[in-house]
Design a protein around this ligand. Structure first.
Ligand SMILES: *Cc1c(COP(=O)(O)O)cnc(C)c1O
Length: 527
């Protein structure tokens, strides 16, 4: 009998079937001791309507089958803990493991959102202080920690803009968005019932103030811009842009997903930005893994404070009675959360959640947001400190410019400027040999690298958008550069090798259209 291919090991790399294919009738992952109490019919224990007639099609497997199945699948994954992950705009930086230890402290991990404030002082204090740190980093007046992702932060921000403008008499109709924007910007605007006006970028990849002047009027609620923008370029005319929009009574929304370039160097709040979201899962090292949970806190200037989502973390002086009851030396002595004595003064405060906000847009997330992510981001800010955060951005910018400088002779650079946290090339030179961005991305896998972001931003034909982040060493960057240069050479000398890539990974070139339009979602047993 020939060996079954799926069981085979090639260099100890395993294939893995769907778990249903491993099913053997009657095989179990448990064994229970013999019953030593009287048997009771299940109907006596569970209401009739909840009992299934039969459980069919479930895999019947042993414990070791289950363990191996999921461990093998996990080994198919690529992750930041495995290698370099240069996805532009995604800021795939290393997530320090100490954050995981802190987030798993029982006071954080086992806290319940319905626990009374007296028992959750440490947790509320952490939210309170995280908000203050984000305010200081960004130059905003307040931050709501609730949104669960960058896009959710955008929506929350736009809802506050709508509420603010409504309170001024007119919510207005339109939002201006440059053509380099992330797709979530027009999506959030549309969800918030705004019509989107797309603004063409100029030949430096930025917003053209003269063009903006022409489209800005009293129908426009806001401009949504990203700075540095998705080309990795700083909006040079940001102050003038903000002035043009403010003069007509509009607001400036800053998409802060790319804050990794600005920490400790420039503050959106000083650039005339009224609302901005932060992606904790990008700049502040909380994991992206498995699609979440993310966190997209949204910062605002003072005129928008009345519209913030409820609740907001606040603090007040403890009353004399509270001091007697709970002590006045350190909230860390009492309740959950092990933040502990950063400033002795804090011990005389009582932390609480404020729901009394009559003009609030309401709640945007169950309870208070993804608290575990706040713990990790808080840890990151505290461990880095102000100087450390500045160094993060400096190194992120240097790393991106290093890649830019080492690849610019072999890949076309559509906007020839120093970049911030990421650089954008195109496939223009390779197209002569009929090698496209997709081929280059696939070929990178043969060299052991996760591909960068491709075909975004849309204004660059065949874009290759590379964001190295600050957590990569020069050696890693050099290996990546070497691979990219080797591919450029192959595109000249043996383009078919690049066109047919990847050759080495377990899964070769997929038909992506079919995979997206006709996904195989259901396993069906052949009989
Ligand atoms: C990642 C990103 C977003 C969306 O953030 P999510 O957390 O994925 O919703 C929005 N804008 C820009 C520029 C981004 O890079």
């Amino acid at each position: 009998m020939p060996m079954k291919e799926t069981v085979g090991t090639k260099g100890l790399i395993y294939n893995e079937d769907v778990i249903f294919e491993k099913s053997v009738e009657g095989r179990k992952a448990y064994s229970l001791p013999a019953l030593d109490v009287p048997e009771v019919e299940v109907q006596q224990l569970i209401p009739e309507e909840y009992i299934r007639e039969e459980v069919s099609g479930f895999p019947e497997v042993s414990e070791v089958d289950v363990i191996r199945h999921f461990v093998r699948l996990s080994q198919w994954n690529y992750a930041i803990d495995v290698g370099f992950y240069p996805l532009g705009s995604c800021t795939m930086k290393y997530n320090p493991k100490v954050h995981e230890d802190i987030a798993r402290l029982p006071g954080f991990a086992q806290i319940h959102p319905y626990q009374p404030e007296e028992l959750t002082q440490g947790a509320i204090r952490l939210m309170y202080e995280l908000e203050k740190y984000l305010c200081e980093i960004s130059g905003m007046d307040r931050v709501s920690l609730q949104p669960a992702a960058g896009a959710h932060g955008e929506l929350t921000g736009l809802m506050m803009i709508r509420a603010y403008l409504t309170s001024q008499g007119n919510p207005r109709k339109k939002v201006i968005i440059p053509d380099s924007a992330h797709g979530t910007n027009p999506a959030s605007s549309t969800l918030c019932r705004y019509e989107v006006i797309s603004l063409k970028s100029n030949d430096r990849g930025c917003i053209d103030p003269d063009l903006l002047k022409k489209v800005m009027n009293e129908e426009v609620a806001a401009i949504m811009l990203t700075n540095p923008n998705t080309l990795g370029l700083f909006e040079e005319n940001i102050l003038e842009i903000a002035r043009i929009v403010h003069e007509k009574g509009g607001l400036v929304y800053g998409d802060g997903a790319n804050l990794n370039a600005l920490l400790g160097i420039a503050r959106p709040g000083d650039m005339g930005i009224d609302v901005i979201q932060f992606n904790l899962h990008k700049t502040f090292t909380t994991p992206h893994g498995g699609g979440g949970p993310g966190a997209g806190p949204v910062g605002i200037k003072s005129h928008l404070i009345p519209f913030m989502p409820v609740p907001t973390p606040e603090r007040r002086e403890k009353t004399e009675e509270e001091k007697r009851k709970y002590g006045s030396r350190g909230v860390e002595e009492y309740g959950s959360g092990g933040v502990g004595g950063s400033e002795t003064k804090a011990s005389s405060y009582f932390y609480y959640l404020d729901y009394n906000r009559p003009q609030s847009i309401g709640k945007v997330r169950a309870f208070y947001g993804n608290f575990g992510m706040m713990v990790r981001a808080y840890c990151y800010i505290r461990t880095m400190g102000a100087e450390g955060l500045k160094q993060v951005s400096e190194n992120a910018v240097i790393n991106a410019n290093y890649i830019l400088s080492q690849l610019r002779d072999v890949y076309h650079l559509p906007y020839d400027r120093y970049c911030k946290h990421e650089c954008v090339f195109s496939d223009k030179y390779q197209l002569k040999n009929d090698v496209k961005t997709l081929d280059i991305a696939k070929r990178l896998m043969d060299y052991g690298f996760h591909p960068p972001t491709i075909y975004f931003p849309l204004i660059v034909h065949g874009a290759l958008m590379i964001e190295p982040t600050e957590t990569e060493s020069k050696e890693t960057l050099d290996q990546f550069i070497e691979a990219m240069r080797a591919i450029a050479k192959e595109a000249e000398e043996k383009p078919q090798v690049v066109r047919n890539a990847p050759h080495l990974p377990k899964v070769r070139r997929l038909d992506e259209t079919t995979a997206a339009r006709k996904p195989k979602l259901r396993w069906k047993k052949e009989v």
